[in-house]
Design a protein around this ligand. Sequence first.
Ligand code: NAP
Length: 507
Amino acid sequence: METVTFVLFGATGDLAKRKIYPALYNLFLEQKLPKCFHVIGLGRRELSDEVFQAGVEQSVTQFSRRKANDPVSLKSFVHAFRYQALDIGRKEDYTKLLQRIEQRERELNLTPNRMFYLSVGPEFFAAIATNIKESGLGSAAGWKRLLIEKPFGHDLQSARELNRQLSEAFSEQEIFRIDHYLGKPMVQKLGALQQNNPVLDALWTNRYIANVQITANETVGVEERAGYYDRAGAVRDMFQNHMLQLLMMVAIHLPKNSTPEEVRLKKKKVMEDLVPLHKQDIASHVIRGQYAAGTIQGKSVPGYTSEPNISEASLNDTFIAAKLQIDAPFWRGVPFYIRTGKRLKEKSTRIVVEFKEPLKQQASAQEEKPMPNLLVFEMSPHEGITLQLNTRDPQHQGAFKPIHIDFHSNHQDLPEAYENLLYDALLGKPTFFAHWDEVELSWQWVEPILQAFGDQLVPLHPYPAGTYGPAESDALLAKDGYHWWFDSECSSEIQLKGEQYAYHSNH
Ligand code: NAP
């Protein structure tokens, strides 16, 4: 791995403390950082290097998945950190920053490769990129990279404008857009599972697959993000980015050992083939909800419009479900159902692939019907893969019985999304970052939904906190003869009837 100066804007912020320092620390323990790795943290407040290092040590101790119980290695890790006060809008601060970086590069005898991580509000992205360019920070002889995290714009127009401004300072190859769902280990495995298992690869078509369900349910409410969330809603906060990225990742067909470029082109093709929704289709394809007061895990929680800093009259969506179709030979006729929301019954992110039921017609009227085969990829709260098969139960007159083949990793040991993403960014591997084409096509696809929501053309259904969202979300699938898998009654049905064959890894 090449040497690099890691320049962190927002080094005193929450994301840096909870995610970035712990991720870097775990990479350090695994010797996945460059030999001469060093960080320059930036924020408005004045801090000495020592106070900053103590803050980094504190956040690693508190948030790292691996216990920071070796003082020697912890000291050696934080020694790589330096701090400099910088106000994003003050050009002279960038000149001072350049001098500091050049001095460190000389001291450490480093190639001037520079990675700029913008862990600050998106309203600052364009100004920082411009100042990096104008100050000469980005014109050293080494390479430069820019890491930014969503939101990439508020709609298609603002996303294009942001991209135009960024691309005046950085080329597309130099911009690494973080969508942390792409950093989740199970998401990163989806392609490899399909490519390396002919049994999956052969079935990955509309000939065998009945529908695909992508769910990202949260139990938390709006929390401290009222200002941002009430303008964004579930459609901008989750659907346009994370959910469409999951759709791309599950729908692509990749040859073995595909290059990042091939992955990018295949993902782009999925987005291009996504059947656009026209104004008149939206109400029948998209369900919009907002949580009302309810109970989650025995605790009463307020409705969305009673949350602090949310207007009583807010018509913001905290839930969205949609039916999407891909007009491509592999996927024609297979609905992709996507849903995501806040204050739902349980936290879970999963993809369920429901296979067609060739045996359905063979079962006699009296006989219990077999369940469809399901392949379930769990991303959180635990990572796992489950395959639901049918067998006959000799103890019950040979009735059909579902069994589950289960693989669950010991999630304690899995790298966090930010570790995977930072490691790839340090290596310059773009596969699990959002390319501008994907971002633009996602906004383009979502734009009519934003307009329909804005014009109140889609009813806003209230749902009690602690449920699986509005009943209309179930009706969306029921119209096609399907239901969401693993919501209460369905999952208990499986658990009661099913028998589990579990494989647990110990790694
Ligand atoms: P935060 O806690 O409010 O931190 C903001 C950081 O930006 C602080 O270090 C602050 O430094 C710095 N800053 C603000 N204005 C500045 C200015 N004018 N000049 C220089 N520095 C300035 O925010 P955060 O939660 O870390 O979030 C950062 C970004 O990541 C946001 O875009 C957020 O949407 C995104 N994000 C956050 C999370 C998360 O878990 N927190 C998750 C996903 C995405 P001073 O206080 O020293 O001025």
